[in-house]
Design a protein around this ligand. Sequence first.
Ligand code: ADP
Ligand code: MG
Length: 390
Amino acid sequence: MKEQLMGKFAELFGGDGDIRAYFAPGRVNLIGEHTDYNGGHVFPCALTIGTYAIARKRQDQKLCFYSMNFEQLGIVESGLDELTYGKEAGWTNYPKGVIWAFRSKGFSIEQGFDLLLYGNIPNGSGLSSSASVEVVTGVILKDLYGFDDVSMTQIALYGQYSENKFNGVNCGIMDQFAIAMGKKDHAIFLDTSDLAYEYAPVKLENARIVIACSNKKRGLGDSKYNERRSQCEAALADIQKVKKIEALGELTEAEFEEVKGAISDPVCRRRARHAVYENQRTIRAVEALKANDIEQFGALMNASHVSLRDDYEVTGIELDTLAEAAWEAEGVIGSRMTGAGFGGCTVSIVQNDKTDAFIEEVGGRYLKEIGYAADFYVVDIGDGAGKLEN
Ligand code: ADP
Ligand code: MG
């Protein structure tokens, strides 16, 4: 892969000088959805698929960007003095946003760079290709400009900052953190209230992780996402009138049941119930995994989907069809929507020898009921972002 991309880079930008290669994975969240902006826990892992990048520092102030996933745009040129969001700048808003974020945190970047990207994760499907582009850009900046003191956690935070403030997507820290900090064959049990984390081995032995992409266009997804955030904030504000807490993630189920009457709006009450119960499910799921109780882990994944469907209302017919078909398929340990919802993907744990039948059956039912095909990926858990050495 690297050799091919180096060749393409040379073709586009010339092959001289110090050309370097990098990779940032995509991610899938196994459980803990819509908890990351509620001070709760998440349990994502990095994948072995993601975004490859080739880069070389320039002598001038130009930024020259090319993505093999957006070839029709050709080389998109910009300058270090033009770091503002522009709709017409398309995908280049992501790397630009990260440069902007580093600069606004006080890092000096006075020379531009040439950048080639190639991603082998689907775009806009919930495997966080945007965070993958952000984190790979952060890794490039650290390496090309010698920001040796910047940690991977900081790169994740700057990536999130750029997505929030430059691209206007109000995402939590989970995606960038998982992509920056991932570890092969492990998922990351992350407490989003203080970024304390722990790696938990995901030993599936006779099973695989299968991702099903609904191929539903997300449409109004971003605005609904922001609406869910506001509903959680409203619920928290109501609870704070009767109990001293800073985030919904601090509550146990029993504590929530005691104070839920303070939440005036019934919709906000359901949203908060999901946030609280999902956080507790995530804690229990990690305990189950550590105890090698994969059946229990799967049952909690299923319960997570039901809560996202009924209380949080972010699934929709497409993700519900994929999950319900999975629950009925043979050899499925657990299945749920993953990512923000409103389209995107499900994640399932499926017995090794049943994955082909799973894809055929769930895929067949989805096509029949929804009218277009889903895409399936049998994935492995990989390491976080970094430079690709020779
Ligand atoms: P997700 O993060 O779930 O994949 P988003 O809509 O947040 O979906 O991000 C997708 C966007 O990220 C793409 O439309 C594009 O702008 C950018 N992007 C992702 N991967 C690449 C890539 N390989 N090359 C260029 N841009 C990319
Ligand atoms: Mg994204």
